[in-house]
Design a protein around this ligand. Structure first.
Ligand code: SAH
Ligand code: SF4
Ligand code: F3S
Length: 491
């Protein structure tokens, strides 16, 4: 591998290079030296486990952390009782933070059994000074804390932590840097997330993300395309282009490029079969994008288009910059241009000041758009955001009642929508052996619905035509069109 050449050539007697990513390859080599010493002492490699606790962007960051750990010689594991455990945290809602403290409570027990165990915390929650302070004071066994902006420096921080018996904390407020060409260890061999931009400039009034992920920065199209080409060479058939608001991709580049133009260039990559992206902000979804999607052979027929609320008054207080009518008109345009498109969404219930009337507007949009599926959230107060200090926080019992009503409606509609393709034969990208029944494999339709059908592990990563025999609520049971044999697209 190219990366091993990098680290094998490193002379640790020389000072660390100042340029990135060379500097990080130097520290990977340094970590590797520590790992070899561990191996000599214990007769085994140290194990490392990365817990991903957030969104797709966090999941992709975790793959980068795993890539560096692997390059440093750690044996990767899923077990919390590893020699090195990293929690890649999320802080978008209160319960995400609570989960982290739950894990930390368990770690102190594990550390009694394995005193040399190391723990690191990173990700969005670490960008909040009060949380870091709490960890510094009350969880003194933690070895390393870093944030979202300096994740590319993980090897350097780990090298320091390996040599130190004190907690190392390095959290940056913001950055304008994007470091390319660091290793990543993918969870799936055949699909991968690809960051196209970082940060967010939208400041929706409930949301902590702009504060913990910083300002919007787009990667250069050449870097994105080069990464995807390399992924395809390595067996990837599906990419998910990632950004908090992909529709504003490219605006801050020296030579501006639109998201639709980027998609057209990704589409040209031979060997790539499917393109997904996430997330689309309704205010920035262009007709150019609809046109490109409509004519594309690779872009999946799935659009995640967060609504948040159906009430124009609440949308205004949320700082979403669209009205109920604009959202409905956009959904109509999408459905008219692509009748087989699956539209999914995020909805928040109980935003400050939400009245029964406002909530009914949300139900009305759900009925009219007929979402294929929706993630529904109870509003969670995030300190530091404008909504946290808004008056009229909605009482808990009212929010719960609305949440249940919304969920019932969303589920009823998604079941009806899922049935749309019953009886058809459609391509499925096989992802895994079925967890409950080893005689089945599980894959995804282009529109993101799950399908289970008889087949073996040799189908994983392949696209198989499957007859969708029976819709079971939110997923399908089916049979491979040619008895699970290789398809023409298989290598
Ligand atoms: N960038 C994406 C969303 C990122 S956060 C977008 O603009 O859609 C994912 C989802 O979490 C959001 O869509 C929103 O529905 C939900 N969310 C964010 N902050 C929240 C809060 N304070 N309380 C409840 N849900 C929240
Ligand atoms: Fe949060 Fe809004 Fe940015 Fe999405 S667009 S990350 S909801 S501020
Ligand atoms: Fe959570 Fe950070 Fe993603 S707060 S939702 S992990 S960007």
């Amino acid at each position: 591998m190219q990366m091993e050449n990098h680290t094998d050539r490193t002379d640790l007697n020389l000072p660390a290079p100042l340029r990135e990513p060379e500097r990080q390859y130097y520290f990977i080599a340094k970590c590797r030296q520590w790992v070899q010493k561990f191996e000599a002492e214990h007769g085994r490699r140290p194990t490392a486990c990365v817990f991903n606790m957030g969104c797709q962007m966090n999941a992709r960051d975790s793959e980068k952390l795993r890539g560096i750990l692997e390059a440093a010689g750690y044996a990767l594991s899923d077990d919390e009782a590893s020699d090195f455990v990293i929690y890649n945290t999320c802080t978008v809602r209160e319960n995400a933070n609570q989960k982290v403290y739950g894990h930390l409570g368990r770690i102190s027990g594990l550390k009694k059994k394995n005193p040399q165990m190391m723990t690191a915390l990173c990700g969005c929650m670490m960008q909040e000074p009060e949380e870091v302070e709490k960890i510094r004071k009350s969880y003194r066994f933690v070895n390393l804390v870093f944030g979202t902006h300096n994740i590319y420096k993980f090897a350097e921080l780990l090298a320091a932590a390996q040599e130190s018996d004190r907690m190392i904390i390095d959290v940056w407020k913001d950055t304008d840097q994007i470091v390319e060409d660091l290793p990543a260890e993918r969870t799936y061999s055949f699909k991968s997330g690809v960051n196209i931009m970082f940060g967010c400039n939208n400041f929706c009034s409930y949301c902590i993300v702009p504060y913990v992920r910083g300002r919007e920065r787009s990667r250069r199209p050449e870097d994105i395309l080069a990464e995807i080409r390399a992924l395809v060479k390595d067996g990837v058939r599906e990419v998910m282009l990632l950004g908090q608001n992909v529709n504003s991709y490219g605006k801050n580049l020296e030579e501006p490029v639109t998201f639709a133009q980027l998609l057209q260039r990704v589409e040209q990559i031979g060997g790539l079969e499917r393109i997904r992206f996430m997330t689309s902000h309704p205010k920035d979804l262009s007709d150019e994008l609809i046109e490109v999607m409509k004519h594309s052979e690779k872009i999946c027929r799935h659009l995640h288009l967060p609504l948040q609320s159906g009430s124009t008054a609440i949308l205004k207080r949320m700082n979403r910059k669209y009205t109920k009518e604009q959202y409905l008109a956009l959904a109509d345009r999408l459905r008219a241009q692509m009748p087989d498109l699956s539209i999914t969404t995020d909805i928040i219930v109980g935003f400050p000041g939400e009245t029964e009337e406002d909530f009914r507007e949300t139900l009305d949009v759900v009925r009219r758009v007929r979402f294929d599926s929706a993630f529904t959230f109870i509003y969670s107060k995030r300190s530091g955001t404008p909504a946290a200090v808004m008056e009229d926080q909605v009482p808990e019992n009212i929010v719960k009642d609305r949440f249940n009503r919304l969920l019932a409606l969303v589920q009823e509609i998604s079941q009806e929508m899922a049935k749309r393709v019953e009886g058809q034969t459609l391509p499925v990208l096989v992802e895994s052996v079925n967890e409950q029944d080893a005689a089945l494999v599980t894959g995804r339709l282009n529109n993101n619905l799950l399908v289970h059908f008889p087949g073996g592990p040799e189908l994983i990563g392949r696209i198989v035509n499957v007859h969708l025999t029976e819709c079971r609520g939110f997923y399908y049971l089916g049979t491979a069109d040619c008895g699970g044999r290789r398809q023409p697209d298989s290598p």
